[in-house]
Design a protein around this ligand. Structure first.
Ligand SMILES: Cc1cc2nc3c(=O)[nH]c(=O)nc-3n(C[C@H](O)[C@H](O)[C@H](O)COP(=O)(O)OP(=O)(O)OC[C@H]3O[C@@H](n4cnc5c(N)ncnc54)[C@H](O)[C@@H]3O)c2cc1C
Ligand SMILES: NC(=O)c1ccc[n+]([C@@H]2O[C@H](COP(=O)([O-])OP(=O)(O)OC[C@H]3O[C@@H](n4cnc5c(N)ncnc54)[C@H](O)[C@@H]3O)[C@@H](O)[C@H]2O)c1
Length: 441
């Protein structure tokens, strides 16, 4: 069978490229070996945020009133499973309804224009790799007892005492959800630094809040051994400590899926960060492109970037891709309780840049935050001293994700204090608070 474009990987990156190409009249086929929507829809932000919906609501209630009923994990899990299944089905149906041929199975290259799935060959003028990434595995005696974020997110009966290895972006979300559901959580981190790209003052506030909620952080601990006990517990041994837990989840980073594709047959180069691509997302084979978590790009491996890269290839592939990809203002959020958001230039990047000024604002008494009991809310804004333009921000708040998105628009569109005064926002709201960011400078 012959197509204009074949895409390997039906996650949000591959799906975004497929939908954009199909909308432009290309004959497109997409291959998926596991589940439509990939990590995001089935094992990432969709189930995570569905579980977080209950956990956050519970936390917000406990900030405002006494005697809030405990959460039931089975009810949270069944809500998350329903939302996730619906999203998965919608994702697959949307591809089919958009005129895209969907193929289920594992794809490997035969040559630069041909792939094979279950022994059936498919040909295309151009091929896009969007095979994503998988959890990094650590190797030590008993490491096979460790599970990963996917089994946490799918669990219908999360154990009441769990351990997470790695104090990164996944660990903080899982720990916040589990703690609010009444579980005992231990986090093991091999060095001193949690959430290393975020503002470390705000990270310390978040760690303290999780510790107050019962999370045990074991920094400078390297996990060395896990043994199964007859009591239903596992014994975890680190180079500093030894303790018992009912489940261990490894959240120590992710590695790109570049194996089992026969990439060497088509001359595609890879490295530890993934498939090598140029600024047009073209691999070392000019007919083959790559995007999302599987490729080595100088931007975070996130759903929003994978979708953006898919749109870029969807819009440019017909012109043989003449223009390099340009990324808009970066924005990301740790979906912990409260959330930690970052947009534009970070406080770490602003260090030693004399033209930039970091302004720290304790915003917990602002109406928006005070009325929600958001008593840890803090904002750090990075201004350009000359233009007074906002160029970045770091924020800790129950609604950090929304504030980061508003600020991202201000930064991307170079909105000034004067421009904002011409805007009419509903009041009082997070958006209307934005006037105050300049005023309180
Ligand atoms: C727990 C968790 C939470 C996350 N939360 C967020 C978040 O809140 N916000 C955010 O922006 N990002 C988040 N991420 C990151 C985000 O999920 C990824 O960046 C995103 O899924 C990448 O999309 P992708 O299409 O490149 O890869 P994937 O979604 O991984 O899709 C790749 C697909 O390719 C398929 N595939 C691989 N090899 C083959 C083959 N040979 N043949 C056929 N099919 C193949 C796989 O089965 C998979 O479905 C999270 C990740 C995790 C694990
Ligand atoms: N909200 C979001 O945007 C979001 C949410 C979840 C995941 N993601 C994506 O998924 C990726 C993977 O998330 P992650 O949390 O696994 O990775 P991460 O890179 O955020 O964190 C991994 C942590 O594990 C630590 N670590 C590494 N080896 C270790 C070891 N042997 N023992 C103990 N600690 C160890 C690292 O120092 C780091 O702190 C992220 O980088 C991001 O791209 C994004």
């Amino acid at each position: 069978m012959q197509y204009d474009v074949l895409i390997i990987g039906g996650g949000v990156g591959g799906g975004s490229a497929a939908l954009n190409l199909a909308a432009r009249g290309f004959k497109v086929a997409i291959v998926e070996e596991r589940d439509w929507g990939g990590t995001t829809i089935n094992r990432g932000s969709t189930p995570k945020r569905a579980l977080l919906a209950s956990a956050e609501t519970h936390f917000r209630m406990t900030q405002l009133v006494k005697n809030v009923a405990p959460l039931s994990w089975s009810e949270m899990a069944s809500h998350s499973a329903k939302v996730t299944l619906a999203a998965n089905q919608r994702y697959g149906n949307n591809l089919v309804n958009s005129g895209i041929t969907t193929i289920e199975g594992h794809a490997t290259f035969v040559n630069s224009k041909t792939i094979s799935v279950h022994g059936q060959e498919y040909q295309a003028k151009k091929i896009i790799l969007a095979t994503g990434a998988r959890p990094r595995r650590l190797e030590f005696p008993g490491s096979h007892y460790m599970e990963h974020s996917a089994s946490f997110l799918k669990s219908s009966n999360l154990p009441d005492n769990i351990t997470i290895v790695g104090a990164g972006i996944i660990a903080f979300a899982l720990a916040s959800i589990a703690t609010e559901a009444g579980k005992k959580v231990t986090i093991i981190q091999h060095n001193q630094k949690a959430l290393r790209i975020f503002d470390q003052d705000l990270v310390q506030v978040l760690i303290k809040r999780l510790e107050d909620a019962g999370v045990i952080f074991k920094f400078d601990n390297t996990i060395q051994n896990i043994t199964e006990l007859s009591t239903g517990f596992y014994k975890v041994t680190t180079d500093q400590d030894c303790f018992e837990t009912k489940a261990v989840y490894c959240a120590a980073g992710r590695i790109p899926n570049t194996e089992d594709l026969n990439l060497s047959a088509v001359g595609i180069k890879t490295g530890p960060q993934g498939i090598k691509v140029d600024e047009n997302l073209r691999t070392s084979n000019p007919k083959i492109f790559a995007l999302g978590d599987c490729c080595d790009v100088p931007v975070p491996k996130l759903s929003n970037y994978a979708i953006y890269q898919g749109k870029y290839l969807g819009n440019n592939l017909q012109k043989s891709v003449q223009f390099p990809i340009k990324y808009p203002t970066p924005a990301l959020t740790v979906f912990s309780i409260p959330k930690l958001g970052q947009v534009g230039i970070s406080t770490q990047q602003a260090t030693n840049k004399p033209e930039l000024e970091v302004k720290t604002m304790d915003i917990k008494n602002w109406q928006t935050y005070a009325r929600n009991g958001d008593d840890l809310a803090q904002l750090k804004i990075i201004f350009n001293k000359g233009s007074q333009q906002i160029v970045g921000a770091e924020v800790l708040s129950q609604d950090a994700d929304q504030l980061v998105d508003y600020l991202s628009l201000l930064i991307q569109q170079h909105v000034s204090a004067n421009d904002l005064q011409q805007q009419l926002f509903a009041y009082p709201s997070q958006a209307s608070d934005l006037y105050g960011i300049w005023q309180s400078k």
